[in-house]
Design a protein around this ligand. Structure first.
Ligand SMILES: Nc1ncnc2c1ncn2[C@@H]1O[C@H](COP(=O)(O)OP(=O)(O)OP(=O)(O)O)[C@@H](O)[C@H]1O
Ligand SMILES: [Zn+2]
Length: 762
């Protein structure tokens, strides 16, 4: 079966392939109106009316059925598209399309600005000077090869350039500048009636036999032109076998055949194909080039505009002139002056200044304002995905110190406030978080929640980063006091920089005061929101609290607080689920520790309003599972039970003593008395820790007396068995020494007792 591309007849309706139908719809629509313009009248008419040619929408080379493949294709007459969506003329008149000053008459309605301002000569091409010069050089030097590959980002002019190049190859003008748009060949080409230039649909030719037919038909000499040009847009859609067939035949092609292949993604092509092509890379256009082109269009279209608005459009179009033109198109439809705020409003981005505000708040751990600002932005204008990407772009710009002179006042202020190396490090980390968040958002229904959580994490990580530099007097005070840090190993302190809940209610890391309670509250809130089991959710919200959090790159240790032993038991049973929820929010492995905080009811404890017991929950690290981490937990009974099947650490039978402090001492004494307790420590360091802590310090609290007391109170204390069971994982520390003067603020601190995981207690 031979494909005779030269035989032509009536123009026929193009049948767009499914893959390119969208594009074709957009690109090749014909407008029912007429052409005009001075230059048009100066030029002679081609034999057929140009309108007919344009309205033909040209011939498709291939039809669906194999049987009539060649027959149908014989009706092809040239490029498959109407080159410039030129309106159909009714009166048989015909005009050349190409003109530097070519204009639409008032009754012509091109579908879009992009369509209307499609380049028609190399001079119209923006920002691809090297490509243009090289292509012109090939023509003028007569060094035209048979296989060209145009690749690069979308909307940068590949398709336009391929058509211009095809026209230039056949232009018979003696002028250096080609295509002239006026010669016979140009007229035929731009009228869409060229029988020697065709656009080939890659999905229809994507079969070995069809490609073979195409190559064979290409061998027949051109009808009237010098070159037979075949343009294959989206050529990455061709299979390897089709490519092989093409490449095999390529060498035997005669000199007059030129293939122009176009793709936005050269990596999808077989290497052998790429290697044999003359490659032309179309780069992303510079913002400044785009802005100039937009200005040109605005002037021609008599649009009222602010130059900064055009600059903004250019900056937001990712180097694609088509994208920029489409934005301008939409704005022009509003019939208003094109201003910066209109651009922001229409394209759903927020101003850099507002973004900087948000970033500033997030980095400064101003939790409530961060949340308020993020919600405000999302409510009014921007969707979370867009916000994440805009924020990431902004951070990248800041890190790259992009165009200092273009910087707004807000950007300068931000840069001054965040200029140190540590700040840069924080921003790099923020980028990491945002990139993870972007992935999460794609799978999540509650995008705004995730985004808010991500913003809150920016500050959490910040704490982990700069803790070494911490000069916080408050933190030093903690360390000197031997507060919880005294129970932490040096290694743990090194690897986990705590968000330190200080007695004054603030975090003081990096010397910045933080509203830590609000941060923790918000994290807890988000975590529990993810829990779909309503009963567990309400239990965690009412009874539980995230009282502290320490984060390093890989692991977060979350301290949870409950006020009743039953709650502790329940929480213990659900520890896996709780850890999973927190893991989802924090995006890293989580260890949880469950603390019991009691309100001391007796006169002995009257001085202390609260006492807490830190119970180490042997929470193993949970490997992050990508698929699961993004989903809400506890969504069904089954996954709930799965997560809660772990044996509870605290048995129901445990009854806490009336006098917590006293009992605590008693327990320690008991441990000391029971030699086996020490031998049950998991590590030598753990044993020594137990030993240290187990020595009774209270006068009159000797082993015997404690035992007696224990026995007399066994119904309201810990069972010995239980204590033995737990001794490997349970460590105690005196909340407050009775002889030590308790500072007033410390009495108010909810975190009096801390416990180490055995593994890290060294
Ligand atoms: N370099 C450019 N110079 C002038 N106009 C351009 C340029 N790039 C894009 N445009 C504008 O964008 C529209 C689309 O361009 P074109 O189809 O040539 O891009 P493309 O790179 O082939 O994109 P795609 O890969 O999506 O097909 C053109 O009609 C034109 O208005
Ligand atoms: Zn010409």
């Amino acid at each position: 079966m031979e494909l005779d591309v030269d035989s032509t007849s009536e123009p026929m309706e193009t049948r767009d392939p499914p893959a390119s139908r969208e594009k074709s719809r957009h690109k090749y629509h014909v407008q029912p109106s007429s052409l005009g313009g001075d230059i048009l009248s100066r030029v002679g008419s081609p034999s057929l009316s140009m309108s007919e040619a344009f309205s033909s929408r040209s011939a498709s080379l291939y039809q669906d059925e194999d049987a009539n493949f060649a027959v149908q294709s014989e009706r092809g007459c040239g490029i498959t598209c109407c080159w410039s969506r030129t309106p159909r003329l009714r009166g048989g008149e015909s005009y050349p399309l190409l003109s530097r000053r070519w204009k639409y008459t008032s009754n012509e309605t091109p579908r879009s600005l992009s369509q209307k301002f499609r380049p028609r000569s190399f001079n119209d091409m923006v920002g691809q000077n090297v490509v243009v010069r090289s292509l012109l050089g090939a023509i003028s030097r007569g060094r035209v090869t048979s296989f060209y590959l145009f690749h690069g980002p979308r909307g940068t002019g590949k398709t336009s350039a391929s058509r211009i190049f095809a026209a230039a190859l056949n232009c018979i003008s003696l002028e250096e500048h080609k295509p002239c748009g006026l010669c016979r060949e140009c007229l035929v080409f731009f009228s869409g009636r060229s029988r020697d230039v065709k656009e080939v649909d890659p999905t229809r030719v994507n079969r070995v036999d069809r490609m073979r037919s195409l190559m064979k038909s290409a061998e027949t000499p051109p009808v009237s032109s010098r070159f037979k040009v075949l343009i294959v847009d989206e050529c990455h859609l061709l299979d390897e076998e089709t490519w092989s067939t093409f490449l095999n035949s390529l060498e035997n092609l005669s000199q007059h055949v030129v293939f122009l292949m176009i793709t936005p993604d050269v990596d999808k092509l077989p290497r052998s194909a790429v290697a044999r092509a003359q490659r032309y890379h179309f780069q992303m256009l510079k913002d400044s080039d785009i802005a100039v082109r937009l200005r040109d269009i605005c002037v021609q279209e008599r649009l009222d505009f602010e130059q900064v608005a055009l600059d903004l459009i250019a900056a937001k179009s990712n180097g694609s002139l088509r994208d920029a033109e489409m934005m301008l198109d939409q704005l022009s439809l509003l019939g208003k002056r094109i201003t910066v705020s209109l651009v922001y409003e229409l394209i759903g981005v927020v101003s850099d200044d507002e973004m900087l505000d948000l970033l500033d708040l997030a980095l400064s751990s101003d939790t409530s304002n961060t949340v308020i600002k993020a919600r405000e932005l999302m409510r009014s204008r921007i969707d979370p995905t867009q916000l994440v990407s805009q924020l990431a772009n902004l951070i990248m710009d800041i890190l790259a110190s992009k165009s200092e002179e273009d910087n707004s006042e807000a950007r300068k202020r931000f840069s001054m406030r965040h200029a140190s190396e540590a700040d840069m490090q924080r921003l790099r980390n923020a980028l990491k978080i945002l990139s993870e968040t972007e992935k999460q958002l794609r799978m999540s229904k509650s995008q705004s929640t995730w985004l808010t959580v991500a913003l809150l994490q920016l500050s959490s990580l910040e704490n982990s980063l700069g803790a070494n530099d911490s000069k916080s007097s408050c933190r030093s005070a903690h360390e000197k006091d031997g507060d919880f840090s005294s129970t932490s190993s040096a290694a743990e302190r090194e690897s986990h920089k705590h968000i330190v809940p200080c007695s004054c209610g603030k975090l003081h890391q990096l010397g910045i005061e933080r509203d830590w309670e609000a941060t923790l509250e918000s994290i807890w809130d988000k975590a529990t929101q993810l829990c779909r089991s309503n009963s567990l959710k309400s239990f965690l919200r009412k009874q539980g609290k995230l009282s502290a959090l320490s984060v390093n790159q890989d692991l977060a240790i979350a301290e949870l607080q409950f006020h009743h032993r039953d709650s502790v038991s329940k929480a213990e049973r659900s520890w896996k689920l709780i850890a999973s929820l927190l893991q989802s929010i924090l995006g890293c492995n989580v260890e949880i520790r469950i603390n019991l905080v009691l309100y001391a009811p007796t006169s002995r404890c009257a001085r202390l309003r609260k006492l807490s017991f830190g119970l180490f929950n042997c929470s193993r690290r949970i490997q992050q599972k990508k698929a699961k981490s993004s989903l809400p937990y506890g969504s069904s009974d089954s996954d709930y039970s799965d997560l809660t099947s772990e044996k509870p650490m605290i048995k129901d039978k445990v009854v806490l003593p009336e006098s917590c402090h006293h009992r605590l001492e008693m327990v320690r004494a008991l441990r000391s008395a029971e030699g086996n307790v020490l031998s049950m420590g998991t590590t030598s360091s753990h044993r020594s820790l137990l030993q240290d802590n187990a020595a009774p310090k209270t006068p009159g609290c000797g082993t015997e007396s404690v035992k007696k007391e224990w026995e007399s109170n066994h119904d309201c204390g810990f069972s010995q068995d239980w204590l033995r069971d737990q001794s490997a994982t349970l460590c105690w520390r005196t909340p407050v020494s009775p002889r030590r003067k308790v500072p007033h603020e410390r009495q108010r601190s909810p975190l009096v007792g801390w416990v180490l995981p055995c593994g890290t207690a060294k």
